[in-house]
Design a protein around this ligand. Sequence first.
Ligand code: ME8
Length: 508
Amino acid sequence: MSSFFITTPIYYVNDKPHIGTSYTTIACDILARYHKLKGEDIFFLTGTDEHGQKVEKAAINESIKTISFVDKMSQYFKDLIPFLGCEINDFIRTTEKRHITASQHLWNKIFENNQIYLSNYEGWYSVRDEAFYTESEIIKKNNNFFAPSGSPVEWVKEESYFFKLSEWQDRLIEYYENNPTAISPKSRYNEVLSFIKGGLKDLSISRTTFNWGIPVPNNAKHVMYVWIDALCNYLTAIEYPDTNSAKFKKFWPGIHIIGKDILRFHAVYWPAFLMAADLDPPKNIFAHGWWTNEGQKISKSLGNVIDPYDIINEYGLDQIRYFLFREVPFGNDGDFSKKSISQRVNADLSNNYGNLIQRIFSFVKKNCDSVISNNFTLNKEDEKILNESIICYQKYINHMDNMNIDKALKEVFQFLSEINIYVDKQEPWSLKKTDKKRMNVVLSVSAELIKRSTILLYPIIPSSCEKVFSIIKIDKTNINLNDFEKLPNQKILINDPFPIFPRIEIDD
Ligand code: ME8
C-alpha cells in the first residue's frame, strides 16, 4: 500500500488560532482525505510550536508561568481541529518529551558530522518572525529598523552555535535542479533556487539570552534556535531517532504544506539540516498564498482577525471549506469577503449541487415510492453523460495529484451543471406520464451521477457529502476512488431528502 505523510506548520501558541492557520490545516485535511479515498495509508500531522522568545514574551505579558500558558494555548489549536472537520493522525507539541529527545538527537547527529561550530552572533533578530536578518535586508523608517516582513528587529550580540549552511549551497542547488517538483508552485521553486544561488551564510542555531527552549546537548547555557527545534517535529512524529521504525520507514520523506511566509525555513534550512544528519529532504514543499480580510492585511492591531468559530457558525463548515478552496487558486493570495462567500455558496452549493440533489430525490420520493430502480438500459444521451463523468474524474485526479484543489473543484461543478442540463433535457416529470420505464432509467443515471460527484467532493466538504450518502444509503467506509465507474446493480430505497445547502440572504 502506498503511503502519504502530510504536515501543517506547527503553529506558534503566542496567540489563538485564526482563519489563516485554519486554512492550512483544512488544506492538509482535504489532501489527506483524497489520498485516503485512493486507498493510500495516510499520516496527517499538525501541532503547536511552543518554544522561543515570542511565546515566552506572550506568557510574560499574561503573567502566567510559561508552561501553563503553552498548555492552555495549545489546547485551543487541538480543540479547533474537529470543528474544522479535520481528521488528524497525530498532534505534536514541541514541549513533549519525545520531541526534546528527537531534537537533541538531530542536533548531535549534525554536530558529529562536523556541521556545527561555536562562535559569536552579532546582528539583527526579529522576535515576531523568530528570524535572523542580514544588514542588507533591513529597512530603516524614522530611526526604527524593520525586517522585509514589516516586523521590528533588534540588534543582538551573543555567543552562539552556527550551522555550516554555506557548505550546503552546492548540494542544495544540485538537489533542486535534479528535483524540479520538490517545491510548488513553480514560482516558489524559482524563488528558492535564486535565493540559494545568491549565496548562503552560516546560520546561528542557538540562543543564550533566554532559556525557554530545548537545551543544546552538552552545553545547557544554550537553547536551540526555535526553528531547528520546530522543524524537527516532522521527524519526531514518525518516531525519529528510531529511523528503523516501521512508521519512519513508511512515511519519510513527507509533504509539508506551509504559507509562503515560512518558505525559506522549510526549503533552504530544513533540507540542509536533514542532509547534514544523513536524512532525505522532504518529498515536496507546497507554499500557499496569503489571505487578506476585505482587502486588508489580517492583523491583531487592525482588529480584523477572523475567528474560525465565528465565521463557521455564521456560514456553515462546508460552506467555508468550499469557499476557501474554490475561490482562490491554491498557491495564490486571496481576499476573504462576506459577499464573495455568499455568492459562491448560493451559486455553486445551493443552486447547482443542492438543487440537483433536492429535485432528483424529492421526485423519487414523490413518484417512485422512494425507490431508485437502478435500471441502466442506456440510450446515447445516458452513455454520453456517464462518459463525461469519467472524463471529469480523470481531470479531477490529475488536479488533486498536483494539489490544484481549486481546479479539481471547478471540474466537478462544471460537471454538475452538465448533469442539471441532462435532467432538464430528459424531463423525468414528463416521462412520468408517457414512459415510466425510461423515467426510471433517467432517475437511475441522475442518482448515479450525483453519487459520483459526491464522491469527488467528499474530501473537500465531507459532512455535507455524508448527508448525501445517507440519503442514498452509501456506507462512507466503503468508498474508494478506484471503484468510481462501478454501477450499482440493486434497487435503493432512499431516505427522505432534506435541504443540504440553504441559500444565504445577501444584504445590499
Ligand atoms: O510560522 N493567510 O507559525 P505561525 C494564509 N511556528 N495562511 C496563514 C495566514 C494568512 N493570513 N496567517 C497564518 C510559524 N497562516 C511557525 C511554523 S513549522 C516547523 C513552524 C498560516 O503560527 C500559514 O500556513 O506563525 C503560515 O505559514 C502559518 O499559518 C504560520 O503560522
